[in-house]
Design a binder for this molecule. Structure first.
Ligand code: SAM
Ligand code: DTB
Ligand code: SF4
Length: 329
């Protein structure tokens, strides 16, 4: 199988992505699962754990986000956590089976002193033997370099949706701003965690547009989080129409086929999702989840629920980070 793997493509068109999204579901699942097994260990998912290290009072207007200061979601803002408290949470995450610890801050863009403070935490979390990821908003190349020097493995920055739909969701930063931050992180030698959100009222073509933009990144992001919108009361998207589960599964399978060597994370939105829908998402090639009962500010299923889910499927939590194991031709 090793030599038959196609080289990753960066020239996907939106029309091609729509064609993949619309394939008969059984074909899509079969192809996506076959490809997943050719690249990654079968029946294995990676566990990451999130911590909100600075919560709320964000000046941006992302219409999905409970942390924006522009919406009244009842969230209590919190200052940047002390390094010792972050490290204590990371130790708990490791004990719960996480191999990656992701620290999120509700900033538009951090100051240099904020980057220094986070860098200190990154170094300590890394020394626990965890992969490190942070998401702090827009970053300069120098700031990305500082974080890389501190031992940061991944920077998370999502494109969120298609360029066409983007302006209906966020007006305070542009799509190009996001691409610039991703480029600055790559230049600094960081691995990328970049994905988006589905279920915001976007069209299937918008979902294809998001995946096309992600696949155009060269190399592909090592991690691709697919978030299902968590509808938080008080945000403009609180009453967004429900996205059908099968459409989520199609999006995951298409991400897998367009970015074969990326770890695809079934991210926000798992709370309340049935075991059967989870199972289809894994069959479609998702091979990472967030563990624990909290994402940043919203609920996640939690360890008992996830243990039952994984046990019932015969899927193991990887005890070390998973990565693509086969080279392409
Ligand atoms: N402030 C930083 C930024 O946006 O660059 C980092 C934190 S932000 C919370 C990280 C990502 O979480 C967003 O880009 C978005 O994709 C996701 N997210 C936020 N709120 C969400 C929600 N209600 N449902 C699903 N995903 C959400
Ligand atoms: C990502 O794509 N999803 C995570 C992580 N990257 C930072 C965040 C999900 C946040 C969901 C809403 C909340 O809990 O505040
Ligand atoms: Fe701020 Fe990030 Fe939320 Fe947007 S997604 S409002 S930038 S915390």
């Amino acid at each position: 199988m090793e030599n038959s793997l196609p080289a990753p493509r960066h020239d996907w068109t939106v029309d091609e992505a729509v064609e993949v999204l619309e394939r008969p579901l059984n074909d899509l699942l079969f192809e996506a699962q076959t490809l997943t097994r050719a690249v990654f260990p079968a029946n294995m998912v990676e566990g990451a754990q999130l911590l909100s290290i600075k919560t709320g009072a964000c000046p941006e207007d992302c219409a999905y986000c409970p942390q924006s200061a522009q919406y009244n979601t009842g969230l209590q803002p919190e200052r940047l956590m002390e390094t010792a408290d972050i490290v204590a949470a990371a130790k708990d995450a490791k004990a719960n089976g996480a191999t990656r610890f992701c620290m999120g801050a509700a900033w538009r863009s951090p100051s240099d002193s904020q980057v220094d403070a986070v860098s200190e935490a990154v170094t300590e979390v890394r020394s626990l033997g965890l992969e490190t990821c942070v998401t702090l908003g827009m970053l300069t190349e120098t700031q990305a370099g500082r974080l890389a020097d501190a031992g940061l493995d991944f920077y998370n920055h999502n494109l969120d949706t298609s360029p066409e739909f983007y302006g209906t969701v966020i007006t305070t930063r542009t799509y190009d701003d996001r691409l610039d931050t991703l480029s600055n992180c790559r230049t600094a030698g960081l691995k990328l965690c970049a994905g988006g959100i589905v279920g915001m009222g976007e069209s299937r073509r918008d979902r294809a547009g998001l995946l096309t933009q992600l696949a155009a990144l060269d190399p592909h992001p090592e991690s691709v989080p697919i978030n299902l919108l968590v509808k938080v009361p008080g945000t403009p998207l609180a009453n967004a129409d429900e996205l059908g589960g099968i459409e989520l599964v199609r999006t995951i399978a298409t991400a897998r086929l367009m970015m074969p060597r990326s770890v695809v994370r079934l991210s926000a939105g798992r709370e309340g999702m049935s075991e059967e829908l989870h199972a289809l998402c894994f069959q479609a090639g998702a091979n990472s989840i967030f563990l624990g009962d909290r994402l940043l500010t919203t609920d996640n299923p939690g360890d008992d629920t996830d243990r039952h889910l994984l046990d019932s499927m015969g899927v193991a939590l990887a005890d070390s980070p998973i990565a693509a194991s086969h080279s392409h031709t």
